[in-house]
Design a protein around this ligand. Structure first.
Ligand SMILES: Cc1ncc(C[n+]2csc(CCOP(=O)(O)OP(=O)(O)O)c2C)c(N)n1
Ligand SMILES: [Mg+2]
Length: 564
């Protein structure tokens, strides 16, 4: 049988190391599925295309390698878009494939008509419709190159008749389709950084996701400069929580010790981070930023020196050059404050805090304590991000991914499925709010279907919890009818789907529910019923906001008494 465009595409993906395609089959994708059927690539059929995009994104975020998802004509592909924003915002290389009606029907307002290149324009670095077989090799190459170059999303639309057409030509440059290499900062820039570091009294090093692989150099630099290491949420996973240099995070998912360190140091060195919350960054003092992306330099804080370079090789050069510092007073102060903060965290997550109610912090800490040393945590968005982000104590060999730039609710389970599909023996734990879990609950069936032993821990507060807080923080009365909702019995749901279900309603049940869930062979849900009105910590106390809380609390109390 002669090669079709579909089999040519699948052949290319196989050769560059793609192992799975996440998708939901339909008319126009039939020729593609037929090519997958005859290949080494596994087709992972999902229940909702957003789940496919999220699964591919989860893989790409974790590995930095191209991952692939597919949706069929019109509505099928439309469903991919929301999930793809995860890849676009977190710079993960994903190739999205849309099936499309045969070319002869285009432009006639036929059923399921869309303009995929328009629809995918915003989320993609590259989007193209392949109109002829001869065009396919070049355009497929360009799409994958674009996904890696961003990194980000590339999108291709294949009309059904093009997919099944006889292939023309071949792709010649597969070897170039890979993640870009790291590069060190230029010699002149290194000299400027060294000069500023040598001149500074206290130095703080802020580490983002771009520091992956550079933990040893960061430790050495921290020791040499007596400089606390602080991190963004995406950087949290890089070192163990109990490394004395790893002082904690900056921001709402962070500590007061770190906030003070960042505000009071003489020099903040930001490496591999585009940390967006400027109000937590110094307004005075001096900032140096080192990043591979020239575009991100200096845009979040007044920055005295911006340098392009990858973290690992640049740190190695700096280590050879910076002078050692001996004064540990700043370091000691931060360490001291950090110890106090950690003690406070321990108290807040103590299961004995209440007899009959589970505080959400205790859920995060219990998951963290029970997880394997190389587990992968996938966090969802909401109040639950604060609980998971602040109370998980990472080992340094665990991974933590989430929706940290897109901040989308309902993204954890789909991403967890993709990550689990890479290695079914690795422990993957999705930590999600009940609102988030409800959104793509059907993806639990994807896990059951494909024997993906994902564990989903649901913080069940019967509410879109963060929205209560958001309303209160601007002085509004939370609109309870819009915020609260009923839940199914998640444990029963898990069992109805063919998975395992566990419930914890009281503190005494939490550890057993978790350990049983982590011990079972297949996918499981832990329904953790938590206190709904828990207040998060405010490492950065904003008095104006605190005032708004008070106003809202009073308004609420009045409503409760007067009945509105
Ligand atoms: C897709 C999406 N829809 C809506 C929002 C706005 N939003 C942010 S947090 C949140 C509440 C999430 O509720 P839940 O999953 O129950 O988590 P909780 O805050 O209760 O822990 C909402 C609706 C969003 N960020 N993403
Ligand atoms: Mg909730």
């Amino acid at each position: 049988m002669s090669q079709t465009v579909a089999s040519q595409l699948i052949g290319v993906l196989e050769q560059i190391g793609v192992k799975q395609i996440f998708g939901l089959i339909g008319d126009s994708l039939n020729p593609l599925a037929d090519a997958v059927r005859r290949s080494q690539i596994e087709w992972v059929g999902v229940r909702h295309e957003e789940g496919a995009a999220l699964a591919a994104t989860g893989q790409a975020k974790l590995t930095g390698q191209l991952a692939v998802c597919a949706g069929t004509t019109g509505p099928g592909s439309n469903h991919l878009v929301a999930g793809l924003y995860e890849a676009s915002r977190d710079h993960a290389p994903v190739l999205a494939l849309s099936g499309e009606m045969p070319r002869s029907l285009r432009g006639t307002d036929y059923i399921q008509t869309t303009e995929p290149d328009l629809l995918f324009r915003d989320v993609s670095l590259y989007t193209e419709t392949i109109a002829t077989a001869a065009q396919a090799p070049g355009v497929i190459h360009q799409a994958i190159a674009a996904a890696y170059a961003g990194p980000g999303v590339a999108h291709l639309t294949f009309p059904q008749d093009v997919l099944s057409a006889k292939a023309e030509g071949a792709m010649s440059s597969l070897a170039t389709l890979k993640p870009h290499s790291e590069f060190a900062a230029a010699e002149g820039d290194i000299a400027k950084i060294v000069e500023r570091i040598d001149r500074a009294g206290s130095v703080v090093i802020m580490c983002g996701a771009g520091c992956r692989g550079a933990a040893d150099s960061l430790r050495a630099l921290s020791d040499r400069l007596k400089a606390p290491l602080v991190h963004t949420l995406r950087g949290k996973e890089l070192m163990a929580y109990d490394d004395p240099r790893w002082m904690g995070g900056l921001g709402m998912i962070g500590t007061k010790a770190v906030y003070h360190a960042v505000q009071n140091c003489d020099l903040l060195v930001m490496i591999g981070t585009d940390y967006p919350y400027s109000n937590f960054l110094p307004t005075k003092g001096s900032v140096i930023q080192i990043d591979e992306r020239p575009l991100v330099l200096g845009r979040r804080a007044p920055t005295a020196l911006g340098v392009t370079g990858s973290a690992r090789p640049t740190l190695k050069l700096l280590l050879e050059r910076v002078s050692a510092k001996t004064d540990t007073r700043f370091w000691d102060k931060v360490t001291n404050e950090r110890r106090k903060w950690d003690e406070m965290l321990d108290k807040q997550c103590d299961l004995k805090r209440s007899k009959d109610r589970i505080h959400p912090q205790a859920v995060a800490r219990a998951v963290s304590d029970a997880a394997r040393r190389d587990a992968i945590f996938v966090l969802d968005t909401g109040l639950n991000t604060l609980w998971s982000g602040n109370w998980i104590r990472q080992t340094g060999s665990q991974r933590i991914i989430g929706s940290f730039n897109n901040a989308a609710v309902g993204t954890a389970l789909g991403q967890a499925n993709g990550v689990q599909a890479l290695d079914r023996s690795r422990q993957v734990i999705a930590l999600t709010g009940d609102g988030g879990f409800n959104m793509l609950m059907g993806e639990f069936m994807t896990a059951v279907h494909h024997r993906l032993p994902v564990k989903a821990v649901v913080y069940n507060n019967s509410a879109l919890g963060l929205i209560t807080l958001e309303a209160e923080s601007v002085g509004l009365v939370p609109f309870r009818e819009a915020i609260e909702f009923p839940n199914p019995d998640f444990a029963a749901l898990a069992r109805a789907c063919g998975g395992h279900g566990f419930t914890a309603r009281e503190p005494g049940q939490l550890k057993t529910a978790l350990s049983e869930a982590l011990a079972v062979d297949g996918p499981a849900i832990v329904d953790a019923v938590v206190v709904a009105d828990e207040m998060p910590n405010m490492p950065h106390i904003d008095l104006e906001q605190a005032g708004h809380y008070a106003v809202a609390k009073i308004k609420e109390a009045v409503l409760a008494v007067t009945g509105g």
